[in-house]
Ligand binder design. Structure first.
Ligand SMILES: [Zn+2]
Length: 397
């Protein structure tokens, strides 16, 4: 006897391609998927039987790269830029990442929580089951830990993985002393966050305008010494060797990758490192250099997608819009896009054992969509066909 079953459903199990199964049944017991298959093979019983009314059921969406916890926003900066202000003008007016750092440092834990919880509702409405949230707007010990605590508190109707991104930027008080700042992060901030159990992975912004390869290496080695998996903001603005660096450290993922070279991609393939592509930032910054999609395909590197939600370069609160952008801007197929926000995104978080596909034994976290085919999820712009979510086997809407 299963706890609950959904019948009269079309299933996109996402095990391989869409893993489509017309007229299927999915059952849950004790929060986990306990049966998936064709209705004709369903002989069991469930205490509660739900009629999916022909909806498509997919694994709950996974957003594997966000900066969801912060205070303030950068609309003013956006407006200034469109009025013709230069980068220097904006920096002089207190804009840029520094303004988000100042606002975030000034906010209480409760304020940060309320702001982020309101944002997360949009992810829930669009069928998300698992979201990664990074720190990186504190750049000091107190605020970095506060951000991670807030991120952890957001878990509930969806699962949350927290990533320490203390090496996001050099804070104003360390200007011109990036080595000293990395030492501070490695010796004080990261160990304190890890000791409190707030860190699922460690990330760094490896780029000419942020941290160089030796500085990034130092942090990644510290992370590994603490037993924490690593990720990397890699090759977003230039070919900085980020993909190879990520592979060398056995990273879960290398993210952005617009400028990654082929040998770095080949190295990622050998390590099983996932490429996380972020079309929202590409769109918002009006970038023109496409990520090396064909090379990723050729080398069999799994391609994940994420919103990269953040106030500066990707104020995008819609996982569904990212599916569309991945197809229109990056020319992924709708099937690749959906795999990028389910199966491959779960792998980018090391969560492939519990999320990303509809399989017996995994978390019963899935979404019901009123669509005629899974391709519609990537096709429509601004529509939200999510009609219900299931979290740990419980129907939520
Ligand atoms: Zn990011």
């Amino acid at each position: 006897m299963h706890d609950a079953a959904w019948v009269n459903a079309n299933l996109a199990t996402m095990r391989d391609g869409y893993g489509a199964l017309a007229d299927g049944v999915i059952a849950a017991t004790a929060g986990k998927i306990s049966w998936v298959g064709a209705r004709g093979d369903w002989r069991d019983k469930a205490r509660a039987e739900h009629d999916a009314r022909g909806a498509w059921i997919t694994p709950g969406l996974v957003d594997c790269h966000t900066h969801l916890v912060y205070a303030g926003n950068r609309a003013h900066e956006f407006e200034l830029r469109l009025q013709g202000a230069s980068y220097e003008d904006i920096a002089r007016a207190g804009g840029g990442i520094v303004s988000t750092v100042q606002a975030t440092r000034a906010a209480s834990e409760e304020d940060l929580f309320k702001l982020a919880r309101k944002r997360v509702q949009q992810w829930l409405d669009e069928g998300a089951a698992l979201v990664e949230i990074k720190s990186g707007y504190g750049l000091d010990r107190v605020t970095e830990l506060r951000m991670l605590r807030v991120a952890r508190r957001l878990a509930g109707e969806l699962a949350v993985k927290t990533t320490f991104l203390g090496a996001h930027a050099v804070p104003p008080e360390y200007r011109g002393r990036a080595d000293d700042y990395i030492a501070f992060v490695c010796d004080e901030v990261l160990p304190a966050a890890a000791k409190e159990g707030l860190v699922d992975a460690v990330d760094a912004f490896c780029e000419r305008i942020a941290f160089d390869v030796p500085q990034t290496t130092r942090l990644l080695e510290k992370a590994r010494s603490l037993g924490l998996p690593v990720k990397l903001h890699a090759d977003q603005l230039s070919d900085y060797g980020g993909a190879a660096l990520a592979a060398r450290h056995g990273a879960l993922s290398a993210d952005h990758m617009e400028h990654s070279n082929e040998s770095g991609i080949a190295a990622m393939s050998g390590e099983g490192t996932v490429a996380v592509l972020l079309p929202g930032a590409y769109y918002f910054l009006r970038e023109t250099r496409l990520p090396p999609i064909d090379a990723l395909r050729r080398h069999g590197v799994p391609i994940a997608l994420a919103t990269d939600h953040n106030p500066g370069s990707s104020p995008v609160s819609s996982p569904l819009l990212i599916l569309n952008m991945a197809c229109t801007l990056f020319r992924l197929t709708p099937e690749e896009a959906l795999a990028g926000m389910t199966r491959h995104a779960a792998r980018a978080l090391g969560m492939q054992a519990s999320h990303g596909t509809l399989e017996t034994g995994k978390a019963a976290d899935f979404a019901l969509w009123e669509v005629g085919s899974p391709a519609e999820l990537a096709y429509a712009v601004g529509a939200n066909p999510c009609v219900a979510r299931v979290r740990a086997g419980r129907a939520l809407r």
